[in-house]
Design a protein around this ligand. Structure first.
Ligand code: CAA
Length: 379
């Protein structure tokens, strides 16, 4: 086993770090306050190859491994977790799905522009009454000639108002339960796609989340992804990879909390010395560092399994469960280290806490990750 990064991985990490520090950091505080989507930043991420990192070069992607992706996700989320989730959904959920199950025609038409960042993607599984219990799809797709007619409502859609293309699950045969769910590629411009209002969120405020209504939306038969009835399987397998992305986003927040705490504790004086001299602070920093490193190793473990073609649902769930938990813990401890200053916007750590919480909820709550892990153990 080799714990060394390759030259390419270091190059990607450093590029992501420079971009995050120079291009994302300056506007991140204001975008959080105003809940403004980072249009220009996302465009540049596409130009740099960060929106289709693992997609093969023949389809416009960067052809990189999953470790490179986790490194970039960590660096970008360390500076701005909102940008992290925008990037993660496009890479792990949308590009991955089309590359794995799409026809060449779908890849040409949809994957290429998504991978180069010319277009943006969103993943539409959740509904008002189908969150953790994702098999309960109420959105229907009924065949009429050479089109399907889609009706229903999708909820909590990241990139929802900005995306051009949606990977969307709908019930094509309710009598078959989850085996009657199909994935469609839906274009935002199709008649009957109704974009709901942007959600006013606790954290990741500069990312874009909304509901999407489908009112007799006519989708051509050739926009079925994979095959009829395998939509739930596609969603689950896609989410396995997505969970590595979100775990890396959480890791970025955890690392940022640690670094902010180290810096502040060396600057802030109390009892005639920097507070970093106090064991009470040192113990917090040590715990934060160990937790962060454990999360990183769990993420790399899942990423390596994915790239070697092994099953990795359990490893991805473990990585997301742990990384999201320690992102929240580290952010809370960072606030404690900062004292009153940690509770106000003057320092970034209060945002870290607000941003961290969602990583325990989306792409499968922590409770769902435990179900996935336990089922694999008990198989
Ligand atoms: N990987 C691969 N296949 C999986 C899987 C996984 N992680 N989890 C379930 N499956 C498969 C099962 O093997 C089964 O297939 P077979 O019958 O062929 O064996 C099928 O899916 C049904 O599984 P279960 O019988 O286990 O179904 P269940 O209803 O008991 O449990 C669940 C399913 C694991 C709870 C699932 O519904 C789930 O993961 N829920 C969470 C949904 C989720 O993560 N939503 C996130 C929304 S997207 C989002 O947040 C994106 C964003 O915008 C940021």
């Amino acid at each position: 086993m080799d714990f060394k990064y390759t030259e390419e991985q270091i190059y990607i990490r450093d590029n992501a770090r420079d971009f995050a520090q120079n291009e994302i950091a300056p506007s991140s505080v204001q975008r959080d306050i105003d809940a403004t989507f980072p249009e220009e930043i996302v465009k540049k991420l596409g130009e740099l190859g960060f929106m289709g990192m693992m997609v093969a070069p023949e389809w416009g992607g960067s052809g990189l491994d999953t470790i490179s992706y986790t490194l970039a996700m960590e660096e970008i989320s360390k500076v701005d977790a909102s940008v992290g989730v925008i990037m993660s959904v496009n890479n792990s959920l949308v590009c991955f799905g089309i590359e794995k199950w799409g026809t060449d025609a779908q890849k040409e038409k949809y994957l290429k522009p998504l991978a180069i960042g010319e277009k943006l993607g969103a993943f539409c599984l959740s509904e008002p009454e189908a969150g953790s219990d994702a098999t309960q799809q109420r959105t229907t797709a009924v065949l009429q000639g050479d089109h399907y007619i889609l009706n229903g409502m999708k909820n909590w859609i990241t990139n929802g108002t900005k995306a051009d293309y949606y990977l969307l699950q709908a019930a094509t045969d309710k009598s078959k339960g989850y085996k009657g769910i199909t994935t469609f590629i839906v274009e935002k411009t199709y008649d009957g796609v109704e974009i709901g209002k942007k959600e006013d969120k606790l954290g990741i405020r500069s990312s874009d989340t909304c509901s999407i209504g489908l009112n007799n939306v006519k989708v051509p038969k050739e926009n079925i992804l994979g095959d009829l009835g395998i939509g739930f399987k596609i969603a689950m397998e896609t989410l396995n990879g997505g969970r590595i992305g979100i775990a890396s986003q959480a890791l970025g927040i955890a690392q940022a909390s640690l670094e902010a705490s180290v810096k502040y504790s060396k600057e802030r004086k109390a009892f005639d010395a920097p507070i970093s001299n106090l064991q009470a602070i040192q113990f917090k920093l040590a715990d934060m560092a160990v937790n962060t490193e454990c999360a990183r190793l769990l993420i790399y473990n899942a990423a390596l399994k994915k790239d070697s073609g092994e099953k990795y649902a359990k490893e991805a769930a473990q990585a997301k469960l742990f990384a999201s938990k320690i992102a929240v813990q580290n952010a809370l401890e960072a606030i404690q280290v900062h004292g009153g200053y940690g509770y106000v916007r003057e320092y970034l750590v209060e945002r870290y806490l607000r941003d961290a919480k969602i990583t325990e909820i989306y792409e499968g709550t922590s409770e769902i990750q435990k179900i996935v892990i336990a089922r694999e153990l008990l198989r």
